[in-house]
Structures are given as structure tokens and as C-alpha cells.
Design a protein around this ligand. Sequence first.
Ligand code: ADP
Ligand code: MG
Length: 758
Amino acid sequence: PVDRSAEVQEARLKLPVLAEEQVIMEAVRENPFVVICGETGSGKTTQVPQFLYEAGYATGSRIIGITEPRRVAAVSMSHRVAKEMNLPTQVVSYQIRYEGNVTGDTKIKFMTDGVLLKEIQKDFLLQRYSVIIIDEAHERSVYTDILIGLLSRIVPLRNKKGMPMKLLIMSATLRVEDFTENQKLFRTPPPVIKVDARQFPVTVHFNKRTPLEDYTGEAFHKTCKIHRMLPPGGILVFLTGQAEVHSLCRRLRKAFPFRKGSTAAAEEEEADTAEAMRKFKKAKQKKNVSLPRIDLDNYSALPVDEGDEDREAGIGDEEDGGSDLELGDNPADLEDKADPSIPLYVLPLYSLLAPEQQAKVFRPPPPGTRLCVIATNVAETSLTIPGIKYVVDCGRVKKRFYDRVTGVSSFKVTWTSQASANQRAGRAGRTEAGHCYRLYSSAVFGDFSQFSEAEITRRPVEDLVLQMKDLNIDKVVNFPFPTTPSTEALIAAEELLVSLGALEEPSRSGRMKDLQRAKLSCPISALGRAMASFPVAPRYAKMLALGKQQDCLPYIIAVVSAMTVREIFEDLDRPARSDDESSKLNQRRARLAQMRRLWAGQGASLLLGDLMVMLGAVGACEFAGCTPKFCEENGLRYKAVVEIRKLRGQLTNAVNAVCPDVGVFVDPKMTPPTEHQVVCLRQIVLAGLGDHLARRIQAEDMLDPKWKNAYKTPLMDDPVFIHPNSALFKTLPEFVVYQEIMETSKMYMRGVSAVQPE
Ligand code: ADP
Ligand code: MG
């Protein structure tokens, strides 16, 4: 029996999924596979594990597992469910890549999908679990897809062995045919239970015109209008990235501060509630009376001379005629003046944000203020923010693009899909009827693709292929993927793995067709098995596997940790938003540049380039005790540094498990590598990145003066460059290897180190 507080009981009763408890539990009893679809916020993630718990799926030593594609969700949902069930976190726990609070008493375990995949490698039958819930399956993350494929085989195996097991797939959209109608996956289509969302109507307002560039500015104007004109209710703004989120937060905090001149301490402030509320109402009344009335949706955010006024007029623009939101408008210039009389409680939300900061969005805003969350698409389905009545949607999303031929990665902002835009709109109707303001026209919306593509079709798959081979799935092409990656992607992956020594060479006899087949079914090697046990991509796993020479392991572990964590250095090249900030940024930039030079070392170590800088940064930071202060002063991202630290510990354990004789440990006072070791480190790095070789453009190939100092790679026609921040920017060695090529303002190589021809 679960002992829930009265408050929790009441909140639960409002969730639509509760009405379906019996239907769901019956379907689970009768079927090995069940699909549950329900709008975000209908209670799937928080309630379904509780249903299963109460129905006895966690008795004895059996436990309930739930996977999430995002770490944020795994952590925050485990806390929420523990709280709802009045159970300690030893019982309702989480495990993510770097940490967790799972104990022997754990009954409900939230984890990232990658964590479960690793567990399958250790115990293919997942014997501890009585049921696995794959949550957020609509996101179609790579690991989710693979897990569904694997579990489609594991569950029947378990049932055949008399150890019953269930699989639940939960999705926020109704688009589940890839799972239900894929005969390779489930021969009998699993039942689909639709949870009727007690969703309130959301009126969608399209912009007449679509700002092509300054959508952040447009979001600012729209949010100001909503805040000034419309009745209470939280605002949720969707932008594409962290920088945009911060820039809009700043502008809004400046426009609607808690107290004149104070924005930083604003959140901590207990404003005089009654007074603030009175002013808020008064301000609104005043404005409604005295200002001319125009429609909130029909105004131009672009300066008149920018963009073509009539570009989209008349092509099916929807007028929300029945809208009750005809509003008085105020002159645009008024918006930029600070107005402390109507305080706005502005919070950022994105995945790299520190967890304490993220948790703030769930708490009620200070009395007398309106909540305004500026988010990336983490708020689209995985987290439900309470009290949102207005959604402002820029219609875009930042995605990583990967070019399979050239290997170039880039982050690009593109239009989102119709399905995502509708998810975003839905966030406005959780607690009462709401409004969604789309900063683009209905014609543009009509051109969006219907759904987002599965991630597995958009990225290299060598890591998955290696994991599968380690599970003895030799013919990866035949694996029951919900969406199968292209044959070229699979071949490229096998080729890379063969070159890394993780797979055996395909036999070269026979005809072309046989060769292609052979290329797609290379068996795993002993080295490949060792590599698969390291929780990093195959290239980096290879480096770890070679690290034993010359006592290089501690260095390789540190370098690999730094290379596989996102952005160890702070982005100080961003434009400043004020003069004050500009001088501060300049100072910090200078300091970081100085530190980079120091970390790069001298003589031989210089040739290790950016990797030496990372190694130096990790060493220095650890030496200083990994404090936020040290990071702040030296331009390191604290969150990244903490992750690197955890990963170092984890990789050290993994290496010791594979070769117990090396006895490597994390030394907080690691001395810099010797000259000999640097040579060895460079060889190891080359072994992992050997196919990422670039050569400085020779005089005879210099077709364009802009190509001075540029490099050529075998696969690309266009040249690539060493970034000015790189340790090798001045040296420009003839041959280099790089971690990846990122296209930003130019094609830049990241993580560059020098190679000397033998
Ligand atoms: P779904 O998985 O269907 O999207 P959830 O189970 O995540 O729905 O959410 C159900 C409800 O629980 C939502 O109304 C949400 O606001 C609330 N909720 C979730 N997490 C928290 C939290 N940490 N604090 C307060 N409320 C929360
Ligand atoms: Mg959910």
C-alpha cells in the first residue's frame, strides 16, 4: 500500500491517465507489449510506474525500470515519484551516465536509455526487471529505438523461460505505427491505449508575417504584449538555444524588473505582495483604457524597410476571428522602457542548465509576479511546467546535422515539424484554456514536415553497431529497428570499426555482392569486446585500449573524458550585451587565452595541441579542487568539469575491470606527461582519429587567397581551418588530426593535434 499525502492525492485525481488505470493494467496483464499514448502532462511518466508498483510488479527482488532519453527527466521524475509515493530515494531511484542513487532496496528505477543498453550488455535477459517502460518513445532517440528492437526479442525469451516480463512503450503523440505496424518488430501488433487528455482548448494565433531573422526580438515583443495586456497565467517561450534563451531572459528582466534597478537579486526578493498585485492590476487597467486597440497578432516586428511587406499576405493566413484577445496596444518604443510596476518572474530552461536552476520552474513564482519560462525544446514534451497559459513559439529548432560523406557536423536552426509545433501549443492548455502565439504564418506552418525524423537516420552509427556486435548481433542490417539506418551508414560504421580493429576484416573472396554482405556482418574481435565495455564512442574506446603503454593511461583517461564531454571551455566569444559586460568579457577572454597558453605547455607537449590544453585544464582544475570559483576565473564550464571528473572515475573503473593488472587510479595531483609520454599520447590519439587526418594546403593547391593557412581533408573539396582559439593556430603543423569538423562561420576543426610524418 502506498501512503500518499492528501495534497498529492488531490493532484493525482486531476490527471487523465488515472481514469485509465484499470484499462492499462488489464492490457499489461494480458499482453507482453503495450503502447500508451497520451498528451504531455497527462500523467504517464509519474503515474504508470505507480500503477505497476501497486499491482505488485516490484515485489520480491523484481524491479520496475523506466527509461528516459534525457538526463533531466530521469532525475526530476524519480524525485517527483518518490515524493508522490512518500518513499525514500533509495526505493524510487535514478541512474544516469555519471551518477545515481540506486540501492539494493530500489523498486522503481528511472534511467537514461543509454544506461539500460549497457545493462543489457551485462545481462541480456534483464533478469532483475519485471517490466520496462520506454518513455518518450515519440522522440525517437537512437537508444530508444535500439532498446525497443532488443526488447522485442528479450521479452518473448523471458516469457519462454518462465520469467515473465512486460514492455510498455509510452508516447506523447499518436504516431506509433513505426512500432505497432512493423511486423519485424512485433508480429502481433501490440494494443494501443489512448489516454484522453483533459486538455483545455488552445487558440492558435499565427503571425501574418514571418520574421526570417530576428525571431528572438519578435518573441520579446510578443511576450511584452502578453504580459502587459493579457490576464494572469504563465508564459512559456520556445527558442532554439542557450544563447538565445539568455539574451531574451536579460531583455525581459530589464523590461519588467522586480524593483527598479535590481534584476540580479530579483528572484530572491520577497516583494510586498499586496502592493505588487495592486500595482499590477492598476497598470493593466490603465493601459486597457487609455491605449488604442489593435490586434495582438497583426503587427509587424520587422522594420518596414526590412523584408517584403506583402510577402505572405493572402496565402491562406488564418484570422482567429473568434478570439477574445483583441487587445489594446501600446507604442512599440514603450516596450523597451523598464516597467517595475508589473514584475515578471523570468526563468531560463535548457538541458545544460544546472539542476537546481532547472527545478525552479516547478515552483510557484513569487507572489504578485507572472511566471515566464524561456526554454529550448526540453519543455516540449519531457517536462511539464505548471500554470502555463500562453505559449510563444518561434517555430524553429536547433539540430545537429551530420554529413555522412564528409563527416562535417553543424548545428543548424531549422523549422520544426508540425507535430512538434502542436506539442508546443499544447503546453498552454494544461490548467485552463490557453493561447499559443506562433511567430510565423500559417502558410509557413503548412510547409513544415509533418513529423521529425528518427534520430537514427541522421547520425553516424558506429557506436550502436559495436554495441550490437558485442551482444552477438552480427548481422546488424537484420536487426528489428523501428526505423532502419541506411545501408551506407551501416557500411561506413563497419568499415570504421574494422579500421579500429574492433571487428575482424571481412573475407575478400567472392563477388561484389558477397563482399557487401560480408562487410555488413564482420564479427567482433577481442579488442572490440574490450572497447565495447567502455562507455565512450569507439574511437575513444580504442584510445583507452591502447593507453597501457608508457604509463599513459591516466592521461588518456583524462583526455578522453574531456573530449567526450560537451564544451569544457566557456563560450566567451559571444557578443556582449552591454558595455559593462563587454569589458568584463574582454578580461575573461584574455585570461582564458593566457591559461590556454599555459595549459598547452612547451616544447614537445605543444604538438599535442588542443588535447594538451584539455589535459592541462583538467589537471589544473582537479589540483585546485574543482571549485566553481576556479572555473569561473579561468573560463571553464563548471558543469562540464564536474562531468569530466565523474567520467574519469567511471573510465578508470572500466579500464581496471578489463585489465586488472594495470591498477590505474585517479590522481588529483597528476604531473604533466613527460616528453616520452607526449610522443606516446600522440600516437594513441592518431590511432583513434586516424581517418580524421588533414594536411596543410600546399602552395600548388592554393586556388584562392582565402585558403592561406587552410587544410585539406581527403573527403572534402572545400578547405577546413584551425580555429583562432586553438593551441595550434600559430604553429600550423603540416599534418594534423582532429576530433570533428564543425561548420560555424567557417569549417573549423575541433580538438586538433599535430602529426609528424615518420
Ligand atoms: P506525462 O508524462 O504524461 O507528460 P507527467 O507524469 O510528467 O505527465 O506529469 C503529470 C503532472 O505532474 C503534470 O501536471 C506536472 O506538472 C506534474 N509534475 C511533474 N513533475 C513535477 C514536479 N517535479 N513538481 C511538481 N509537479 C510535477
Ligand atoms: Mg512524460
